[in-house]
Write a protein that binds this ligand. Sequence first.
Ligand code: PGA
Length: 251
Amino acid sequence: MKKLIIANWKCNPTTLKEAQKMMVGLRAGIKNNKIEVVVCPPFVYLAEAKKVFGVGAVKIGSQDCFWENQGAFTGEVSPTMLKNLGVKYVILGHSERVMVMGETNEMTAKKVKAVLSTGLTPVVCIGETLEERNQSKTFQIVEKKLRESLKAIKKQQVGELVIAYEPLWAISTNQGLTCAPDDALTMALYIKKLIAEIYGRKAKEKVRVLYGGSVGSDNANKYLENEAIDGLLVGGASLNIKEFTAMVKNI
Ligand code: PGA
């Protein structure tokens, strides 16, 4: 299986001009198909992303979406709209949406279902807080979020999923901490074990599990050393196009 590297630009940059510049840099830097590269800019730049990347090596993702396809839902963006813009991947349940916007596992589950039935690939984020880790609740929290977020998913759909293990304490080095590659591996294996338990062994082989949280060119390969980690979700370091493209080339 190809490694999957997803760039999550979060709420950056602030102008279309800057976004265009970043996209053009990314297009120039990512040419081969050895690694699957997905960029997730803010919604407002997705149409531009389609123009810049076309059918090239870089695929397009979004950072969220709504669970209905159209109607009276002010401010929301639907999976069908995204599909029609050339989006292939949708990040869902990201910890910033959970912590800042109050998204619940139930809401994430509805989004996962809608995204899958539109033919897009959900990237479901799962991880624990530092407090939960210190209380030895990591496995319990990860299992709860996984089961609740995938509640509406049928066995035959599960192969389309991507899961990202993202410990909250290691995101954006918020608390000055990084997750040791061995700990990331333990959690990737645990997530795969849960998938096998819930959906069977075949499903486990198809689902891709990524690691995310303060990944950069200095540590990317350490996380990818073990085959069980199928890729990376990169936030901050993906905004520096030179660093990001160098990182991908070195994998
Ligand atoms: P980070 O973010 O790489 O800046 O830690 C990762 C993420 O939140 O997806």
